[in-house]
Design a protein around this ligand. Structure first.
Ligand code: HSE
Length: 297
């Protein structure tokens, strides 16, 4: 018995919501095929170019599946074939797509014994392998779809948010930013006045989504804590951000821990104009890049 799933790319943080907000995209996605085996154990095969580890404990999807198997009385075996199209280290939730896709596929094969919340819990073990920290802001939207708020991870409390139609433009400059490094450079203390701004923005963003108020969404897409530190690692960031706003985008910022940058737009024509200016910025800088115009999945 086999099942094939498409695991979506995700944008974590949504600018001001560090570790608590995330959204799933229509593309890019990973294609994963999971087959149930009689004999126990997990085997992993990759059909892509990334040469990721195939030992289950070192592989993010393997770690997620192992966590799931621990909770089964009669654990079966799985064979996983992954065609990764979300480049690892892109800031587009590549590790989350693998972990989430694997447990969603396994749950399907087993007749759905687990809830979505259980699946997030298992998949967070994959994130731990990838970046050393269990965070759910890529995993939750990959599993639930749309935009999710992680009110808490211990215990898990996930809220799916509705919102108005939004177009998403993404540029992935082909430079490497490791999530573990991008977390390491963050300050551990936050000034109260910055915290006040930040939680005002998070609340404003959530309210703007629920009220379908594009202007409020735009005003709230501001991060005064994480972005000033991390954006230094991304050449072209300030130009992309300011030019996108001038072109009519609502706003945006670093996707996850970078180096990808995303911008939200109300209209598709704006999202396309943003893609063009992103291409111009990175062509001028002489840095290879990939761009996507997509929407929330
Ligand atoms: N919230 C995480 C971070 C996402 O920004 O470090 C990493 O993909």
């Amino acid at each position: 018995k086999s099942v094939q799933v498409h695991a979506p790319a995700t944008v974590a943080n949504l600018v001001c919501g560090f570790d608590v907000l995330g959204m799933a995209l229509h593309r890019p996605d990973d294609v994963m095929t999971l087959t149930l085996k009689e004999e126990p154990g997990i085997t992993i095969e990759h059909t892509d170019i990334y040469q990721l580890p195939t030992e289950p404990e070192k592989n993010v999807a393997g770690a997620a599946l192992l966590a799931m198997l621990e909770e089964l009385d009669h654990p079966p075996g799985f064979h996983l074939v992954t065609d990764k199209r979300i480049k690892p280290g892109s800031g587009l939730g590549s590790s989350a797509a693998s972990s989430a896709g694997a447990v969603v596929a396994a749950n399907e094969l087993l007749g759905k014994p687990f809830s979505n919340e259980d699946l997030v819990r298992f998949a967070m073990n994959g994130e731990k392998v990838a970046s050393g920290v269990k965070h759910a802001d890529n995993i939750a939207p990959a599993i639930y779809g749309g935009i999710t708020l992680i009110r808490s991870i211990f215990p898990l409390d996930i809220v799916q948010l509705s919102g108005p139609p939004l177009f998403v433009t993404v540029v992935h400059p082909q430079i490497e930013v490791r999530t573990a490094d991008a977390r390491q450079i963050l300050r551990k203390e936050v000034q109260l006045k910055s915290a006040i701004k930040q939680w005002g923005n998070i609340a404003g963003l959530v309210a703007g989504l629920l009220k379908q108020d594009y202007a409020l969404i735009g005003r709230s897409l501001e991060d005064v804590i994480i972005e000033p530190v991390r954006s230094i690692l991304i050449p072209g960031f300030d130009d992309v951000k300011s030019q996108s706003r001038e072109a009519g985008a609502l706003g945006g910022g670093i996707s996850g821990s970078g180096p990808s940058i995303f911008m939200l737009s109300e209209k598709e024509s704006t999202a396309n104009a943003v893609e063009q200016l992103m291409q111009d910025v990175y062509t001028k800088l002489g840095i290879d890049f990939k761009t996507y115009v997509t929407s929330i999945s």
